[in-house]
Design a protein around this ligand. Structure first.
Ligand code: DNO
Ligand code: MN
Length: 359
């Protein structure tokens, strides 16, 4: 397991590369050019800038999260081909600088969605919270007016240019069924997987977060069955999955440890975090400890160890603790604590399996 830590760039992240370097066992950053709009080709000078900054701190840039997908590709519009060509050029450039994994997602319009970014937990820390009724009851057009009336209403991962065209996008998606979305994903993968293979880059789709349709928009990377279907669309080691235990874990029917074992050699990248799921479908992010949430992190780490996982991992999100001011879900302290919990399990399994004390 190669441990990594997401970093949003100089001036864009309360966490410094020095801080990241202090966390035991972290070998690389998970990065992206967040100011390049989806669909545009990434400029090489900006890619090299990140490479230089990371390597000056002894950190690798092997994992990019994410090269986002232009909406026209998800919608299957004729204009998708030019954005796919740009995507291919970005893959080639990232291959040149030694990138090994590209994370992306195929969620229509929105990225991960929550209703409260600073919900208090019993221990007084705060975390990302999803109240199902709010989202289920929210009419998309109402959402548009909420957003247009409160310009600072946004959510992490929602690129500004996507929000600008919200009404048209909702309209356009009325014509796009789940079947269409699958076909559009297939079209995209058929075009880019050969380029990823030529550049020895594993594509790793991130599951939908939460793993069910929201605002009437289809979502398809939501379950073990659908991930199996995704991997079979193009049966290549370069068509992989970012197995995110927190995103998938929001649906208690998802058994992430089972997915680790089934998809073993198609998981270039693991997001390992915990969520507590309530009876009514709400969920809140918690510490990484199994007993603090609904996701059995111990079982998941045992599964990764049993398959001899050699891919990249990151602690994904953390709570906001010790009065840290940070990007929602992306504080230093709780992600650092999370990493040490994951290393504790991993190192114990290494030691005690060898001694035959653990099977
Ligand atoms: C949340 C992340 C997601 C993820 C994208 C992948 O912090 O796990 O935003 O980066 O969905 O493309
Ligand atoms: Mn994730």
């Amino acid at each position: 397991m190669k441990m990594t830590f997401r970093w949003f760039g100089e001036g864009n992240d309360s966490v410094s590369l020095n801080h990241i370097k202090h966390i035991p066992g972290v070998e690389g950053i998970v990065w992206a050019l967040h100011d390049v709009p989806a669909g545009e080709e990434w400029p090489m000078d900006k890619i090299l800038e990140i490479k230089e900054q990371a390597e000056a701190h002894g950190l690798n840039i092997d994992v990019v999260e994410s090269v986002n997908i232009h909406e026209d590709i998800k919608l299957g519009l004729p204009t998708r081909d030019k954005y796919i060509e740009n995507y291919k050029k970005t893959i080639e450039k990232l291959g040149k600088v030694g990138v090994k994994v590209i994370c992306y997602n195929f969620m229509p319009v929105f990225d991960w969605t929550r209703t409260n970014l600073f919900q208090e937990l019993e221990d007084g820390s705060t975390a990302l919270f999803y109240e199902k009724a709010i989202v289920d009851d929210m009419d998309p057009i109402e959402l548009v007016s909420t957003i247009s009336n409160n310009p600072d209403f946004t959510m992490p991962g929602w690129e500004p240019e996507r929000l600008e065209h919200l009404t048209d996008l909702f309209q356009a998606y009325k014509e796009v069924s789940e079947v269409d979305l699958w076909n559009n994903l297939h079209y995209f993968l058929e075009a880019i997987i050969p380029v990823a293979a030529e550049n020895d880059i594993k594509m790793a789709i991130h599951p939908d977060d939460p793993p069910w349709p929201i605002f009437g928009l289809p979502r398809i990377i939501t379950s073990q069955e659908n991930i199996r279907r995704l991997l079979n669309l193009i049966d290549s080691p370069y068509n992989g999955v970012t197995l995110c235990s927190g995103s998938l874990g929001a649906n208690p029917e998802n058994n992430v440890a089972e997915m680790v074992r089934e998809f073993a050699d198609r998981i270039p990248f693991a997001h390992i975090r915990n969520v507590k799921v309530y009876e009514n479908g709400d969920f809140i992010e918690t510490s990484h400890r199994s007993e603090d949430g609904s996701v059995d992190i111990l079982e998941i780490m045992k599964a990764y160890h049993d398959i001899g996982f050699k891919g990249y991992a990151r602690p994904d999100h953390g709570r906001h603790i010790w009065d840290e001011k940070c990007r929602p879900g992306y504080g230093l302290y709780d992600r650092g604590l999370g990493i040490m919990y994951l290393w504790g399990i991993w190192d114990s399994l290494n030691r005690y399996k060898e001694q035959g004390d653990v099977k």
